[in-house]
Structure formats: C-alpha cells, structure tokens
Design a protein around this ligand. Structure first.
Ligand code: MG
Ligand code: ZN
Length: 197
C-alpha cells in the first residue's frame, strides 16, 4: 500500500492504548516483568489493529517511578516482555510511551507536575511527531475516565473498556467526560474501532 501524507490513509490513525487494566491485568504497581499477564484476547486485539494499518501506541502513567516503587529500567523490561509475547502472536505495538512523573512523588527529577501524565496530552503529541498521526482520526482505549479525558483533550474518540478499573468506573460517571463507546474488553474495542475506519 502506498501512503500519501495527509491523504486519510490508515496510517494517519493511531490507537493510543492504555496498559494496566486494558492490555494486561491490573495488578497495582507492576514492579516485575514476571507479573505481566496479558488478557487472553490482547494479542488478537492488537494484531487486528496492526493488520488494518493503524498505529498502535501505548500511553501509560507509571507514577511508581516517581514514588520510588520501581525504576525506568524495570518499566523498559516490562515493555520488552510484553513486546516479545505480542511478537510470538504476530502482533506489534509501534511505540511504548510512559509518564514516570507524579506531583506527590519522592524521587528527585520525577516528583513534578508534567504535561505527559494522562489526561495530559504530551505522550500523544510525541506520537504525532514520530508517526505523523492525526489525533482527530485516532482513538484512545483505556479502563479509566482519565483515558477518555485524554481522548477528549486531543480530539480523538475515547473507548472505555470494562476490564481493570473499567467495571467500577462506569458506576462513577464524571461530568463532561463522555466515552464514544463502552465495551467489554480490548478485543471489543478493536472491533468497534475498525467499524469506524
Ligand atoms: Mg489502566
Ligand atoms: Zn509525566
């Protein structure tokens, strides 16, 4: 397929994917790669998006770094572990972006307010710079309202999944935060997204 910039091809689109509670089990602060458990449908869900030509970009808040629970090196190991499991199933996440900050953190350099902690948009802007994707043609999938808020902040469509915190989030609606879709899990999110493309 020949891609022309700005021509509205699939590669203009990205799916910004939350990690914990969306792609893998929500286990609190994930401090060891051995604790990574992908949902049974996650590999298929990502591969569907790959095959449709959408960029798949992880965007995850990892305040455990600022809080001193684990290091950036651990997060990189976790992502390498996820990448190898996906690769075994023929699926690929194009970029793994995370925010290591938190204003209440205690680790110097990370304890700060930032623009990249979701629903801040800096991680999305990084993907725009790296891949030339158009947020207005893109999607955010996550299990928290803050993921949907990120979608609203960048003009993307927001999909809330009912895995992880999602099942309790739907009982706590937030003013001015409206999901474009609320679905059972990531594979349902992928199907919904492909129907919009
Ligand atoms: Mg999550
Ligand atoms: Zn940050």
């Amino acid at each position: 397929m020949t891609l022309r910039p700005g021509s509205g091809q699939a590669h203009d689109r990205a799916v910004f994917l939350d990690r914990d509670g969306t792609l893998i089990d929500e286990v609190g602060y994930l401090d060891r790669p051995e604790r990574v458990v992908l949902y049974p449908w996650s590999i298929d869900a990502v591969r569907l998006l790959n095959r449709a030509g959408l960029r798949v970009v992880m965007v995850t808040n990892q305040s455990g770094i600022a809080r001193g629970f684990f290091t950036e090196a651990i997060v990189d190991e976790v992502h390498a572990h996820i990448a190898s499991q996906l690769a075994e199933g023929g699926a690929r996440i194009d970029a793994y972006y995370y925010c290591p900050h938190h204003p209440d953190g205690k680790v110097e350099g990370y304890a700060q307010k930032c623009e990249c902690r979701k629903p801040g948009r800096a991680l999305v802007d990084r993907a725009v710079a790296a891949f030339g994707v158009d947020p207005a043609r893109s999607f955010v999938v996550g299990d928290r309202w803050l993921d949907v808020e990120l979608a609203q902040a960048v003009g993307a469509r927001g999909v809330l999944v009912k895995t992880g915190y999602g099942v309790t989030e739907i009982d706590k609606p937030r003013a001015h935060v409206t999901a474009d879709a609320i679905v059972d899990n990531l594979i349902a999110a992928s199907s919904w997204i492909l129907r919009q493309c």
